[in-house]
Ligand binder design. Sequence first.
Ligand code: UTP
Length: 402
Amino acid sequence: MKTEIKEKITATNQKYLKKFLTEEAPAKLESQLEHMDWSYLDMIHNKEQQRGTFSPLAAMEISEIEANKDKYLATGLDAVKNGKVGAILLAGGQGTRLGFDKAKGMFNIGKTKELYIFEQLVANLMKVTNQTGTWVPLYVMTSEINDSMTREFFEEHDYFGYNKDYVKFFVQEMVPAVDFDGNLLMKSEDSLAMSPNGNGGWFKSLINAGLDKDLKDKGVEWLNVFAVDNVLQQIADPVFVGATIESGCVSGSKVVRKCDPYERVGAMCLENGKPSIVEYYELTPEMAEAKNENGSLQYGFGVILNYLFRVDKLMAIAEKSLPLHVVEKKVPYIDENGTEHKPETPNAYKFETLILDMVYMMDNSLPFEVDREKEFAPVKNATGTDSVETARALLEKNGIEI
Ligand code: UTP
């Protein structure tokens, strides 16, 4: 092992790696240690993110959207028909809360028949392709953990009826996990416990995979980025695209009206005058309950991880770094004696960048209200809130046979 790595192990007092100061390290582990960013380890002592000054940002509410629907729809359909809209499916997460060991999109949400999450998302996208007679390029972000299973699943299911020439996969980067004392965790004798680096790195990973060229070749000007877990996700929604273009914004964010002032969702707002998302725990009670003249809450619209970005603006910020978030997660590992541990509660920090921080890098973002009963059915947990049960109920409510 290189001397500088040995020095880093010693300097950071790595409990699980100490033995490799005298023993030979497996090649894979050595390469991981050489390529990793050791400065992450300092982040665990510096977890608080510095935030700016928040102020409200009015959403385009459903009534306003309805009043202008024809205009927005025409503009959006035109953009889709001219091949200007692409879609990014963020599917690199580990879905630890759901506790499903495959890619989350491979989860069968059906009750009386098979209905995979990926299948439902493709069906949602096909509404637009059928309406416009145009295939929307779909780029699927996976991680090293679920990449091959995801590609194989799409192949096996014949891309759920989508045109496979318009589906491309790319893999996001991985970062190491550390325990609460800053020790790098080992997944096996020859590998660190690595995990995907969050959903904020998607555009860099897309470029690393050379797909920016594909965007250029196809003339894609707008990218609709969405999470894998919302089975009612409306993708490349022409009204949303049209409203964002017509409002002159460089990005748009789908939002839903919060159920109550304290609902645990991030709310769309301004931060130092830039579009941003304030987390529910960052709101003071005064802010949470502050009302507009029409009686609606000033911080009353929560984001649902469905964003639209103008590609030239993404290119302009591609090299900028996003803030790193340190999050507590359950990470299985082997200890210094080779004993396996499968923690029941969070035992480690993971380092992630988040797509919501990308919104802050945009000059503006249109908060576009959608009906949560029709467009928001996240599958985060196995049971309870935002679970398989609640998503199934919402699918049925929308007349989707499951
Ligand atoms: P979540 O924040 O729900 O994370 O992801 P997760 O990893 O899927 O689930 P938990 O927290 O472990 O239960 C929101 C969206 O971002 C994607 C997910 O696939 C999902 O679509 N994501 C998340 C990535 O693509 N990469 C990541 O590294 C993290």
